[in-house]
Design a protein around this ligand. Sequence first.
Ligand code: B12
Length: 210
Amino acid sequence: MADILSEISENLQIGKAKVVVELVGRALEEGIPPQRILDEGLLAGMGIIGTKFKAGDVFVPEVLVAARAMNKGAEVLKPKLAAEGIAAKGKAVIGTVKGDLHDIGKNLVKMMMEGRGIEIVDLGVDVPSDRFLASAKENDASIICCSALLTTTMGELKTVVDAVKASDISGKVKVMVGGAPVTQAFCDQIGADCYTPDAASAAEAAVGFI
Ligand code: B12
């Protein structure tokens, strides 16, 4: 079992998206729990790439192909990751904040929330605060989820929170924030409604709000 998970991690690191998709499918057939495939296969590989990127051993192009393989592999897991329990009814708008192009975490949060029955409007990456606001209004969403992966874009989370507070949907929409550099302390500081460190707990919290 460990073999196929490390094979997934290794192929993800060299950006072999097709092989990753096949291996994830095979791992599921072998009965490996989807959460384990995500954590010990896909995210383990992405973690190694992150360390190498920081050390300057790999560069943006390599990280990009690895990220593509990660997203493709996660797509295969999507139907299986749906948590048991009663499906919540409700809508959330999700996106990565302005200036930020990281979408893996955002996609995982989206996937987990969809698995809990929440309808998601995905605005993609590099989303300015006014688009979050306009989309939440247009879609009558009860949650706005913002992801930020850079210390330089974390401030955008506050811009979204402030924009919501100053708008006519203040009090009607919850703002959830997350991403690797975000913390509970930062969430409290900017006055966001909720922070969670991972996608599963984000979905759990969203169900609570709805
Ligand atoms: C992949 C990656 C990239 C890819 C992104 C591809 C893609 N499609 O996403 C590319 C190559 C484009 C990239 C570019 C850059 N990157 Co980059 N990247 C990464 C890397 C290696 C992995 C990030 C990732 O996907 N992690 C896995 C996911 C699953 O984790 P996550 O996003 O944190 O999400 C989880 C939780 O945080 C949470 N969550 C996430 N979002 C939300 C939202 C809500 C509402 C909630 C509740 C929860 C939640 O749930 C998720 C699942 O559990 C990190 C290293 C790292 N260790 O994080 C660097 C990293 C984030 N990048 C970094 C940098 C510097 C850059 C660049 C500036 C590099 C450059 N010189 O060009 C550019 C910036 C581009 C831009 N404008 O955005 C730095 C940031 C440093 C800092 N202090 O800000 C990091 C930390 C690497 C490093 N150590 O130097 N990067």
